[in-house]
Design a protein around this ligand. Structure first.
Ligand code: CP
Ligand code: NVA
Length: 308
Protein backbone atom coordinates (compact mmCIF):
# COMPACT_ATOMS: atom_id res chain seq x y z
CA UNK A 1 0.00 0.00 0.00
CA UNK A 2 1.21 3.50 -0.78
CA UNK A 3 2.18 5.78 2.09
CA UNK A 4 1.53 9.53 2.29
CA UNK A 5 3.26 12.20 4.37
CA UNK A 6 0.58 14.73 5.18
CA UNK A 7 1.23 15.18 8.89
CA UNK A 8 4.53 14.79 10.73
CA UNK A 9 2.70 12.03 12.65
CA UNK A 10 2.65 10.00 9.40
CA UNK A 11 6.34 9.31 10.07
CA UNK A 12 5.18 7.33 13.14
CA UNK A 13 7.86 5.00 14.49
CA UNK A 14 10.05 5.84 11.47
CA UNK A 15 10.77 9.39 12.61
CA UNK A 16 14.10 8.66 14.23
CA UNK A 17 15.37 6.54 11.34
CA UNK A 18 14.30 9.26 8.87
CA UNK A 19 16.38 11.75 10.87
CA UNK A 20 19.38 9.42 11.01
CA UNK A 21 19.12 8.65 7.27
CA UNK A 22 18.99 12.39 6.55
CA UNK A 23 22.23 12.86 8.47
CA UNK A 24 23.77 9.96 6.54
CA UNK A 25 22.67 11.38 3.16
CA UNK A 26 24.18 14.74 4.10
CA UNK A 27 27.53 13.10 4.88
CA UNK A 28 27.39 11.08 1.65
CA UNK A 29 26.78 14.22 -0.35
CA UNK A 30 29.75 15.91 1.32
CA UNK A 31 31.94 12.90 0.46
CA UNK A 32 30.27 12.52 -2.95
CA UNK A 33 29.66 8.80 -2.39
CA UNK A 34 26.63 6.54 -1.94
CA UNK A 35 23.44 7.54 -3.74
CA UNK A 36 25.30 9.88 -6.07
CA UNK A 37 26.60 6.75 -7.78
CA UNK A 38 23.57 4.48 -7.39
CA UNK A 39 20.78 6.93 -8.40
CA UNK A 40 17.98 5.21 -6.44
CA UNK A 41 15.22 7.30 -8.07
CA UNK A 42 16.28 6.55 -11.64
CA UNK A 43 13.19 6.59 -13.94
CA UNK A 44 11.02 8.06 -11.16
CA UNK A 45 9.03 11.23 -11.77
CA UNK A 46 7.98 13.55 -8.96
CA UNK A 47 5.27 16.18 -9.57
CA UNK A 48 5.48 19.33 -7.44
CA UNK A 49 2.20 21.27 -7.29
CA UNK A 50 2.42 24.72 -5.70
CA UNK A 51 -0.55 26.95 -4.93
CA UNK A 52 1.67 29.34 -2.97
CA UNK A 53 5.15 30.85 -3.32
CA UNK A 54 8.22 28.90 -2.26
CA UNK A 55 11.98 29.22 -2.33
CA UNK A 56 13.31 26.46 -0.06
CA UNK A 57 10.68 23.76 -0.53
CA UNK A 58 10.59 24.00 -4.28
CA UNK A 59 14.33 24.19 -4.86
CA UNK A 60 15.29 21.58 -2.25
CA UNK A 61 12.79 19.09 -3.71
CA UNK A 62 13.94 19.75 -7.28
CA UNK A 63 17.62 19.44 -6.39
CA UNK A 64 17.02 16.45 -4.09
CA UNK A 65 15.09 14.46 -6.70
CA UNK A 66 17.78 15.30 -9.22
CA UNK A 67 20.58 14.14 -6.89
CA UNK A 68 18.76 10.83 -6.41
CA UNK A 69 18.62 10.37 -10.18
CA UNK A 70 14.91 11.16 -10.66
CA UNK A 71 13.01 13.84 -12.52
CA UNK A 72 11.10 16.66 -10.76
CA UNK A 73 8.33 18.63 -12.47
CA UNK A 74 7.36 21.98 -10.99
CA UNK A 75 3.68 22.68 -11.63
CA UNK A 76 2.19 25.98 -10.58
CA UNK A 77 -1.49 25.43 -9.79
CA UNK A 78 -2.20 28.52 -11.89
CA UNK A 79 -0.85 26.81 -15.01
CA UNK A 80 -2.60 23.51 -14.38
CA UNK A 81 -6.27 23.08 -15.29
CA UNK A 82 -6.80 23.16 -11.51
CA UNK A 83 -6.41 26.91 -11.84
CA UNK A 84 -9.42 26.87 -14.16
CA UNK A 85 -11.58 24.73 -11.94
CA UNK A 86 -10.58 21.09 -12.54
CA UNK A 87 -11.09 19.33 -9.23
CA UNK A 88 -8.23 18.27 -6.98
CA UNK A 89 -9.51 14.69 -7.07
CA UNK A 90 -9.51 14.50 -10.87
CA UNK A 91 -6.05 16.11 -10.91
CA UNK A 92 -4.85 13.44 -8.46
CA UNK A 93 -6.31 10.60 -10.50
CA UNK A 94 -4.64 11.89 -13.67
CA UNK A 95 -1.25 12.87 -12.25
CA UNK A 96 -0.83 9.59 -10.41
CA UNK A 97 -1.11 7.79 -13.77
CA UNK A 98 2.10 9.59 -14.79
CA UNK A 99 4.05 10.46 -11.66
CA UNK A 100 5.52 8.25 -8.93
CA UNK A 101 5.03 10.84 -6.18
CA UNK A 102 3.13 14.11 -5.81
CA UNK A 103 4.40 16.93 -3.61
CA UNK A 104 1.66 19.47 -2.91
CA UNK A 105 1.72 22.95 -1.30
CA UNK A 106 -1.88 23.98 -0.78
CA UNK A 107 -3.97 26.60 0.92
CA UNK A 108 -6.08 23.98 2.71
CA UNK A 109 -5.19 20.75 4.48
CA UNK A 110 -8.53 19.40 3.23
CA UNK A 111 -7.24 19.68 -0.34
CA UNK A 112 -4.00 17.82 0.42
CA UNK A 113 -6.08 15.02 1.98
CA UNK A 114 -8.36 15.00 -1.04
CA UNK A 115 -5.40 14.76 -3.39
CA UNK A 116 -3.91 11.91 -1.35
CA UNK A 117 -7.24 10.10 -1.18
CA UNK A 118 -7.48 10.07 -4.99
CA UNK A 119 -3.85 9.46 -5.88
CA UNK A 120 -2.34 6.01 -6.30
CA UNK A 121 1.09 7.62 -5.84
CA UNK A 122 2.42 8.78 -2.45
CA UNK A 123 1.55 12.39 -1.60
CA UNK A 124 3.82 14.70 0.40
CA UNK A 125 2.42 17.80 2.10
CA UNK A 126 4.71 20.69 1.17
CA UNK A 127 2.82 23.03 3.57
CA UNK A 128 -0.83 23.78 4.07
CA UNK A 129 -2.82 25.85 6.54
CA UNK A 130 -2.55 23.18 9.25
CA UNK A 131 0.94 21.66 9.01
CA UNK A 132 4.39 21.92 7.47
CA UNK A 133 5.78 18.43 8.12
CA UNK A 134 8.76 18.59 5.70
CA UNK A 135 10.04 21.65 7.55
CA UNK A 136 9.86 19.92 10.90
CA UNK A 137 11.71 16.86 9.61
CA UNK A 138 14.61 19.17 8.68
CA UNK A 139 14.34 21.00 12.01
CA UNK A 140 14.49 17.83 14.09
CA UNK A 141 17.49 16.74 12.02
CA UNK A 142 19.15 20.11 12.73
CA UNK A 143 18.52 19.87 16.48
CA UNK A 144 19.84 16.29 16.48
CA UNK A 145 23.01 17.48 14.72
CA UNK A 146 23.58 20.31 17.18
CA UNK A 147 22.87 18.45 20.43
CA UNK A 148 23.48 14.81 19.49
CA UNK A 149 20.02 13.96 20.85
CA UNK A 150 16.41 15.14 20.96
CA UNK A 151 14.96 13.41 24.00
CA UNK A 152 14.85 15.57 27.12
CA UNK A 153 15.63 18.88 25.37
CA UNK A 154 13.33 21.84 25.90
CA UNK A 155 12.02 23.67 22.84
CA UNK A 156 10.19 27.00 23.09
CA UNK A 157 8.13 28.25 20.14
CA UNK A 158 7.37 31.97 20.31
CA UNK A 159 4.82 33.61 17.98
CA UNK A 160 1.83 32.54 15.92
CA UNK A 161 0.15 29.19 16.64
CA UNK A 162 0.33 28.32 12.94
CA UNK A 163 1.13 25.40 10.62
CA UNK A 164 4.81 25.32 11.59
CA UNK A 165 3.92 25.48 15.29
CA UNK A 166 1.49 22.56 14.85
CA UNK A 167 3.97 20.25 13.14
CA UNK A 168 6.69 21.30 15.58
CA UNK A 169 4.62 20.49 18.65
CA UNK A 170 3.69 17.09 17.24
CA UNK A 171 7.27 16.36 16.14
CA UNK A 172 8.68 17.45 19.51
CA UNK A 173 6.23 15.20 21.36
CA UNK A 174 7.10 12.27 19.06
CA UNK A 175 10.79 12.86 19.82
CA UNK A 176 10.50 13.13 23.61
CA UNK A 177 11.23 16.85 23.68
CA UNK A 178 9.51 19.17 26.16
CA UNK A 179 7.59 21.72 24.14
CA UNK A 180 6.28 25.11 25.25
CA UNK A 181 4.56 27.55 22.92
CA UNK A 182 4.07 31.19 23.86
CA UNK A 183 1.37 32.76 21.69
CA UNK A 184 -1.19 35.52 22.15
CA UNK A 185 -4.42 33.87 23.43
CA UNK A 186 -6.30 34.65 20.23
CA UNK A 187 -3.57 33.06 18.10
CA UNK A 188 -3.01 29.86 20.09
CA UNK A 189 -2.42 26.61 18.19
CA UNK A 190 -5.38 24.39 17.29
CA UNK A 191 -6.83 22.64 20.34
CA UNK A 192 -7.18 19.40 18.44
CA UNK A 193 -3.48 19.40 17.53
CA UNK A 194 -2.61 20.39 21.09
CA UNK A 195 -4.56 17.42 22.45
CA UNK A 196 -2.99 15.05 19.95
CA UNK A 197 0.50 16.31 20.86
CA UNK A 198 -0.31 15.95 24.57
CA UNK A 199 -1.42 12.36 24.11
CA UNK A 200 1.75 11.54 22.12
CA UNK A 201 3.87 13.22 24.80
CA UNK A 202 2.41 10.95 27.49
CA UNK A 203 3.82 7.91 25.68
CA UNK A 204 7.20 9.59 25.30
CA UNK A 205 7.40 10.94 28.85
CA UNK A 206 7.68 14.59 27.85
CA UNK A 207 5.48 17.66 28.13
CA UNK A 208 3.48 19.97 25.84
CA UNK A 209 2.22 23.32 27.05
CA UNK A 210 0.78 26.48 25.52
CA UNK A 211 1.13 29.70 27.49
CA UNK A 212 1.13 33.40 26.65
CA UNK A 213 4.33 34.72 28.24
CA UNK A 214 7.43 34.41 25.99
CA UNK A 215 9.84 35.14 28.87
CA UNK A 216 8.48 32.17 30.83
CA UNK A 217 8.43 29.95 27.74
CA UNK A 218 12.11 30.43 26.91
CA UNK A 219 13.39 29.86 30.46
CA UNK A 220 16.00 27.05 30.37
CA UNK A 221 15.06 26.31 26.74
CA UNK A 222 17.68 24.64 24.53
CA UNK A 223 15.90 25.71 21.36
CA UNK A 224 14.01 28.94 20.61
CA UNK A 225 11.90 28.77 17.45
CA UNK A 226 9.85 31.41 15.70
CA UNK A 227 8.05 31.87 12.38
CA UNK A 228 6.37 34.73 10.54
CA UNK A 229 3.40 36.40 12.21
CA UNK A 230 1.51 36.65 8.92
CA UNK A 231 1.43 33.39 6.99
CA UNK A 232 0.77 33.11 3.27
CA UNK A 233 -2.91 33.74 2.65
CA UNK A 234 -3.34 35.94 5.76
CA UNK A 235 -2.11 39.18 4.19
CA UNK A 236 -5.32 41.03 5.13
CA UNK A 237 -4.58 40.43 8.85
CA UNK A 238 -1.14 42.03 8.66
CA UNK A 239 -1.85 45.28 10.47
CA UNK A 240 -3.78 43.68 13.32
CA UNK A 241 -1.28 40.85 13.79
CA UNK A 242 1.78 43.09 13.83
CA UNK A 243 0.27 44.97 16.77
CA UNK A 244 -0.73 41.89 18.77
CA UNK A 245 2.56 40.09 18.16
CA UNK A 246 4.96 42.95 18.99
CA UNK A 247 5.73 41.52 22.48
CA UNK A 248 6.57 38.16 20.87
CA UNK A 249 9.66 39.27 18.99
CA UNK A 250 12.66 36.95 19.30
CA UNK A 251 15.46 39.40 20.06
CA UNK A 252 18.73 39.19 21.96
CA UNK A 253 17.02 40.08 25.25
CA UNK A 254 14.60 37.16 24.94
CA UNK A 255 17.37 34.83 23.77
CA UNK A 256 19.46 35.78 26.84
CA UNK A 257 16.73 34.34 29.08
CA UNK A 258 17.14 30.87 27.54
CA UNK A 259 19.87 28.33 28.25
CA UNK A 260 23.32 29.81 27.61
CA UNK A 261 23.91 27.29 24.79
CA UNK A 262 20.46 27.62 23.24
CA UNK A 263 20.07 27.69 19.46
CA UNK A 264 17.74 30.06 17.59
CA UNK A 265 15.60 28.64 14.79
CA UNK A 266 13.32 30.04 12.09
CA UNK A 267 11.91 28.13 9.12
CA UNK A 268 12.37 31.19 6.84
CA UNK A 269 11.43 33.37 5.05
CA UNK A 270 12.00 35.79 7.94
CA UNK A 271 10.63 39.26 8.38
CA UNK A 272 13.67 40.78 9.99
CA UNK A 273 12.82 43.37 12.62
CA UNK A 274 9.38 41.84 13.19
CA UNK A 275 9.31 38.27 14.59
CA UNK A 276 13.12 38.08 14.75
CA UNK A 277 15.89 40.65 14.88
CA UNK A 278 19.02 40.80 12.73
CA UNK A 279 21.33 40.25 15.69
CA UNK A 280 19.61 36.95 16.52
CA UNK A 281 19.25 35.61 12.99
CA UNK A 282 22.84 36.57 12.09
CA UNK A 283 24.23 35.83 15.56
CA UNK A 284 26.31 32.88 16.80
CA UNK A 285 23.32 30.99 18.20
CA UNK A 286 21.38 31.00 14.93
CA UNK A 287 21.09 27.76 12.95
CA UNK A 288 18.55 29.01 10.41
CA UNK A 289 20.67 28.38 7.34
CA UNK A 290 21.50 24.86 8.51
CA UNK A 291 17.76 24.31 8.80
CA UNK A 292 17.31 25.53 5.25
CA UNK A 293 20.09 23.27 3.97
CA UNK A 294 18.72 20.30 5.86
CA UNK A 295 15.46 20.53 3.92
CA UNK A 296 17.42 19.01 1.03
CA UNK A 297 18.83 16.07 2.98
CA UNK A 298 15.73 15.22 5.00
CA UNK A 299 13.40 15.34 1.99
CA UNK A 300 15.73 12.96 0.17
CA UNK A 301 15.43 10.55 3.10
CA UNK A 302 11.65 11.01 2.97
CA UNK A 303 11.47 10.32 -0.79
CA UNK A 304 13.58 7.19 -0.40
CA UNK A 305 11.26 5.94 2.32
CA UNK A 306 8.06 6.63 0.37
CA UNK A 307 9.30 5.53 -3.06
CA UNK A 308 11.36 2.45 -2.38
N1 CP B 1 10.47 27.23 4.96
C1 CP B 1 9.86 27.11 3.76
O1 CP B 1 9.03 26.23 3.54
O2 CP B 1 10.27 28.01 2.83
P1 CP B 1 9.63 28.26 1.39
O3 CP B 1 8.26 28.87 1.61
O4 CP B 1 10.58 29.17 0.72
O5 CP B 1 9.50 26.94 0.69
N1 NVA C 1 3.81 29.88 8.44
C1 NVA C 1 4.42 30.24 7.19
C2 NVA C 1 5.53 29.29 6.85
C3 NVA C 1 6.26 29.60 5.58
C4 NVA C 1 7.31 28.60 5.24
C5 NVA C 1 3.36 30.29 6.09
O1 NVA C 1 2.50 29.42 6.07
O2 NVA C 1 3.41 31.21 5.28
Amino acid sequence: MKRDFISITDAGGRLNSLIMNSIKLKAELRRKTGHLRTKPLKNKNVALIFEKSSTRTRVSFEVGVNQLGGNAMYLSSRDLQMGRGETVSDTARVLSRYADCIVYRAFENRMVRQLAGNSTAPVINALDDLEHPCQILADLMTIREKFGKLKGLKIAYVGDGNNVCHSLMLGAAMSGMNFTAATPASYAPSERIGQLAASISLDNKCTVEVISDPAIAVKRANVIYTDVWVSMGQESEKEEKEKVFAPYQVNSKLLSLADRKAIAMHCLPAHRGLEITDDVIDGPQSVVFDQAENRLHSQKALLLWLLR
